[in-house]
Ligand binder design. Sequence first.
Ligand code: HXC
Length: 260
Amino acid sequence: MGTENLLVDIKDGVALLTINRPKVLNALHTSVIAELQETFEALNANQAVKAVVITGSGEKAFVAGADIAEMAVMDAQQALVFARTGQKLVNYIGTMPKPVIAAVNGFALGGGMELALACDFIYASENAKMGLPEVTLGIMPGFGGSQKFARLLGRSRANELIFTGKMLTAAEAKEWGIVNAVLPLAELVGKALETAARIAGNGLLGVAHVKEAIRRGLDMTEPDGMDYESVLFASLFASRDQKEGMGAFVEKRKPNFTGS
Ligand code: HXC
């Protein structure tokens, strides 16, 4: 399974999606963004998939950004369409019920950093370098990076990082709370797959609902977020997974969740 620029490997409920354009450090051309959109929609609809890991091919880059050669000749109208197409993808990843882990195996810059930030969390390799260098090209972030970094890092850190366009090392990104774990390159994807498999063994409806509660709750006041949490919590009691999960605990056996 896969497309021209993407490799897809599905095993034991987890899909490994690899962006495969190593000659240009996996840069996001419009065609790659379209393939990612199509592939994420297919994985979301695929009953055999419970969690997704996304990485880049080669040992140098996750994604070194949107394709600069393509953007270089865009006019403002084309740039708007391009930004909105990328934003549609990052919004899709952020709102799809299935969890997505980014395994950042090298440079994650510009649109590549924004793609990683769209995922539910990030693991990085020791050689990873991350940042939003758009201002060094005379532009600014356009796939959500200004909004995501300001919320994740706070205004001061986001401002300095984006205004300078500098790259963070993996260790710095961990200290700043951008990545959850820093691993040797050879262990990165395996560890991300292991975490994804652990999530895939849980009740997918519960995971999907709490993904939504956390995402939507971040834009709410805390009391509104608590209300929303309780409604989603209660709705799970109409699911088979709730009966299975609690029944299995009482019967001292492993639950067999179906995501329904
Ligand atoms: C197109 C790219 C690319 C990119 C690298 N390449 N990044 N092509 N778009 N974003 C290509 C190079 O041109 C080169 O092709 C090959 O990949 C290898 O890259 P090198 O530069 O030779 O490698 P190296 O010297 O190791 O430097 C690595 C690097 C550098 C530091 C990551 O490639 C770099 O600065 N890339 C651009 C990073 C960037 O500015 N990203 C943000 C883009 S703006 P050839 O043919 O020469 O071998 C963006 C906007 C998002 O993402 C929002 C849009 C709405």
